[in-house]
Design a protein around this ligand. Structure first.
Ligand SMILES: NC(=O)c1ccc[n+]([C@@H]2O[C@H](COP(=O)([O-])OP(=O)(O)OC[C@H]3O[C@@H](n4cnc5c(N)ncnc54)[C@H](O)[C@@H]3O)[C@@H](O)[C@H]2O)c1
Length: 369
């Protein structure tokens, strides 16, 4: 498989809600060849394969047995991420996994070790920092447009997950909640802008510990929320700046996608880190108003991290959504959880490098392999 050339074969494992976006995109990237969709519910896998013109569907084992599959895209639920990624690595496949990387820190360490021992790649969502919105903002920060970064503010506040998600309870339990479900977007954007975190301190509460399913066959069923649904975090970064973040599913007010980074010369609004093409604006010291910045780069969507792995495999270079980044973000979330228990600052022991920017002209829709 390591000698393979040309397009890179992909298996999508997990045929749920987000597989619609992934399959829509991965099947349009000409460097990828989506060969099979798998799920524990094979009827779902068959439905998605048919909807997106993928030739085969089946079980996870069938996907892993396909010699032409080089990358497994793990779109299962958070509590299955570790098991499915480990199975794929053990089968000699490269892995792209949805966030979170894993739920426990030692699982994250085992994933890194397994990939390193197998000589395979592993990368983790979000890949939104490779979209034109964050790439534009990160380019301006790197070019010194805001001066020396001093602080950051991120806000994610909503009433809670969409009531029409068919597995709503999975969002209100271990491995989810606004921290594990949404912080990966905000933390990844902050790490790309400011470098690795050094320490975190947090407070949290669960304002509505019981929620009711609104739609579907189980409408009216009450669920117990087992994770904090309002988390406030202060973080210190190794390079000096600090950030303030709110992650809430307890807010009637919807205010999300807020990432502002303030430097000695200007503040940049970096756009929604859960999107690929968020609006980027600059407010320079002494200037009257915000100025919009045109986005650089090709429009894209979920799955460009998978594509970056595919192209990196063929080119023999590192991929951008690295295991070190994924592990560091997981470490930060676990440290935030520890801080809630200890009621004090917790050091984030791991570190990572910022990813190389995408080159000018990078285009997911161009055939390069
Ligand atoms: N729904 C969204 O808007 C969204 C957005 C971004 C990221 N994500 C992430 O994508 C992942 C999947 O989310 P979703 O909303 O599609 O969930 P979902 O519940 O709709 O789908 C998950 C699918 O994975 C399958 N699955 C679970 N465990 C499995 C296993 N061990 N082997 C094979 N299949 C298995 C389930 O049967 C299900 O079909 C999560 O990690 C989530 O955080 C979701």
């Amino acid at each position: 498989m390591t000698d393979a050339q040309g397009r890179v074969g992909v298996a999508v494992v997990g045929a749920g809600v987000i597989s619609n976006q992934y399959l829509g995109n991965l099947t349009r990237y000409p460097d990828l060849d989506v060969r099979i969709v798998a799920d524990v519910f094979q009827d779902r896998a068959a439905e998605q394969a048919a909807a997106f013109g993928v030739p085969r569907s089946g079980s996870v084992e069938e996907a892993l047995a396909d010699d032409d599959v080089e990358i497994v895209v793990n779109l299962t639920n958070p509590l299955s991420h570790f098991q499915v990624s480990m199975m794929a690595l053990a089968a000699g496949k490269h892995v792209w996994t949805e966030k979170p990387f894993a739920v426990e820190l030692d699982e994250g360490a085992k994933l890194r070790q397994a990939a390193s021992e197998a000589g395979t790649r592993i990368g983790c969502a979000p890949d939104t920092f490779l979209g034109p919105g964050l790439q534009t903002a990160l380019g301006l920060i790197a070019a010194g447009e805001i001066g020396t970064p001093v602080s950051a503010l991120t806000l994610f506040e909503t009433p809670g997950p969409a009531a029409d998600h068919r597995n709503l309870e999975l969002l209100l339990t271990r491995g989810a909640g606004p921290l594990f479900d949404m912080a990966p977007y905000y933390l990844t954007a902050l790490v790309q802008a400011l470098g690795p975190l050094a320490s975190v301190v947090a407070t949290a509460r669960t304002a509505r510990p019981r929620r009711v399913i609104q739609v579907g066959p189980r409408a009216g069923q009450e669920l117990t929320v087992t994770v904090p649904t309002n988390v406030s975090v202060l973080a210190q970064f190794e390079s000096g700046p600090m950030s303030t973040s709110v992650l809430s599913w307890d807010s009637p007010l919807k205010r999300q996608g807020w990432v502002e980074i303030t430097g000695t010369r200007a503040t940049i609004a970096a756009g929604d880190p859960n999107r690929f093409d968020g609006e980027v604006r600059l407010k320079r010291h002494g200037a009257g108003d915000w100025v919009g910045v045109p986005l650089r780069g090709q429009r894209s969507g979920r799955g460009i991290g998978t594509l970056d792995i595919a192209r990196a495999i063929r080119a023999g270079r590192p991929h951008r959504a690295s295991p070190e980044l994924a592990y560091h973000v997981l470490d930060a979330m676990v440290s935030i959880t520890q801080s809630l228990r200890r009621q004090g600052f917790v050091s984030v022991e791991s570190s990572c490098d910022r990813a190389e920017p995408l080159p000018a002209g990078w285009n997911p829709y161009e055939r390069t392999l």
